[in-house]
Ligand binder design. Sequence first.
Ligand SMILES: C[C@@H]1O[C@H](OP(=O)(O)OP(=O)(O)OC[C@H]2O[C@@H](n3cnc4c(=O)[nH]c(N)nc43)[C@H](O)[C@@H]2O)[C@@H](O)[C@H](O)[C@@H]1O
Length: 413
Amino acid sequence: VSNQQKILSKTEFSCQNDEEFCYSKDSEYKKSIKYLFYDINPVEGFNLRRDVYIRIANLVGKINSESENFRIVLVLPPWNNLYHWKNMQVHQSRLKWSHFFDLEKLNEYIPVIELETLLKRNEGSLLIDQVFYLESNHQNLGKEEFNRIEFFQDCENTPYYKEITKVIGGEFWSYSEQISAKQCQKVSFRGTNHFLAKHLIKIFSNLNHLMIDRSEVMIHEEYGQSEYWKCRKSMKYSENLIQKAFEFRTKYLNNSTDQFYSERNSVLKFEGNYIGVHIRRGDFVKYRRTLSILKISQQIKNKLDEMKLNQVFIATDGNLKEFNELKGYLSEYQVVRYTPDLEELKKFKDGGVSIIDQLICAYSKFFIGTKESTFSLRIQEERELLGFDESTTFNCFCEEEKICQTSKWVLKL
Ligand SMILES: C[C@@H]1O[C@H](OP(=O)(O)OP(=O)(O)OC[C@H]2O[C@@H](n3cnc4c(=O)[nH]c(N)nc43)[C@H](O)[C@@H]2O)[C@@H](O)[C@H](O)[C@@H]1O
């Protein structure tokens, strides 16, 4: 590491969205701006995508702390009709990140820009220099290569991005008329975000716009460690979602705290007098092992009795029949669910409604989630940021008749 690099890695830079360079506070140093684009396998859900954002953001952080003369701005891909967003009566394509998250807070962790903003600045068109399409299928590799823990290997030169993407549908976030790429390449990849960062630092020195597709193939270097949490903390929800969850808690659950990420240990002042539950149904029933509604209701009942509570908030993607079955088993208790009217649905969209569900669960006195669901994981993280005791957070429904503990991914900042 050169002296210059050491100085620069300790210097804070700030990037304005409409400038060509990022400047240090005293304007002594400047770095040119380059853009990293990314996309994910279209079938992945909202909460897995949020995890992939952290992997990418940590990669950008790593590059920015190590590169001497440029700084990466991450281009936020619009949210387009995700597989689980089933409400057909609302428009759910090309949604901006600011619809769900506080952009200023995201920018505090790494420099980000919405794709639409960048497109407007470039008079409606963009030419990406290079696309890397990560492949996790390593069949073509020899044994020796495969046995290496991490590798990054060009496996095929693919001149037209369309050729790859037509298989999975959708090109360049539905902007294929306005966005194109000079060169696309499939890359056989196995490794972490830091490992990819090492390669990208070199590659970026000759390019300005680079895209990583199928970026979920890249895993975390430090899952659950300090940089993970710093980034997770910067993913604060947008104000109108926080506000709606607050109104709901006040009106239906008698819980009216508006504190957000307060000091740890002050949490008892604002926890709600209810149990929060996430019951993942939908496609999960088909692809994972799930419990019957009867078993779930028994575990909720036992916990309510043990804690001498009578209110439970249910977040679920289950259908009305499943919800009514659950309610039937819990008829002596107050069972609450957030059901948006059409106006709210149009305003918040399916993604916003799911965040409201998550926020209401986050403030509960005790949370029970669904094993292996990233939706439940995001609620657990929120509770960690809010400062709840971990014993009230890392719980899930279990085969063994009673609630059991999940892995504890505790806050490390
Ligand atoms: C089976 C696998 O499951 C993985 O899901 P998993 O980690 O639970 O979590 P997600 O990746 O978020 O995908 C589940 C989606 O289902 C909806 N959903 C689930 N639970 C709720 C809820 O309580 N309230 C509301 N409003 N919506 C809910 C929501 O759109 C959410 O993004 C997927 O990422 C994979 O692609 C695959 O489908």
